[in-house]
Design a protein around this ligand. Structure first.
Ligand SMILES: [Zn+2]
Length: 160
């Protein structure tokens, strides 16, 4: 009980629990391009339709969401516990670059890189071909060894 109290007060006292310098810098960069980045469980949006295998996943809140209408990004605080906060922010940064490239409509930016094979189920689950294409780009960047630099340069190229 005491431990639990300590833990929750630690989380409350810091807006970015366990966020490292890379995370903070990429977040600040997104904000400099006018995106609002909130560390909170994403509100329910009409997420793109996903196939049956992944229906179970739709019950769970996503790790990250970009809502184009409000130019807002939500990062689910659970990613700090899971240790994948940078990957999730990088993924959403690619969507932000796609948003800038499409002048407010998320569209593909034409990357000549492929996601790793293991990432295929994550974008192939989208029923809509457009969603599949934009997700494929986000996963392609996210799974590169230089994903951080790549996401940053895509942001600069399309949002500056
Ligand atoms: Zn995505």
């Amino acid at each position: 009980m005491f431990k639990l109290l300590l833990l929750s007060s630690a989380v409350l006292s810091s807006q970015l629990p366990n966020a490292d310098a890379d995370f903070r810098q990429l977040k600040a960069r997104l904000e400099s391009y006018g995106f609002r980045v909130t560390i909170a469980i994403p509100p329910s949006f009409d997420l793109p339709n996903q196939q049956g295998d992944f229906l179970r996943r739709t019950v769970r809140k996503p790790y990250g969401v970009l809502n184009a209408a409000s130019k807002s990004i939500w990062i689910n605080p659970i990613v700090f516990e899971l240790g994948n906060s940078n990957a999730v922010l990088i993924h959403e940064a690619v969507h932000a670059a796609q948003f800038c490239a499409g002048n407010g409509n998320i569209q593909t930016i034409g990357l000549d890189i492929e996601p790793i094979k293991q990432a295929q189920p994550y974008f192939k689950r989208y029923v809509d071909v457009h969603s599949q294409a934009v997700e494929k780009e986000a996963y392609a960047v996210q799974t590169q060894p230089d994903s951080y630099e790549l996401a940053r340069s895509l942001l600069d190229r399309h949002c500056q």
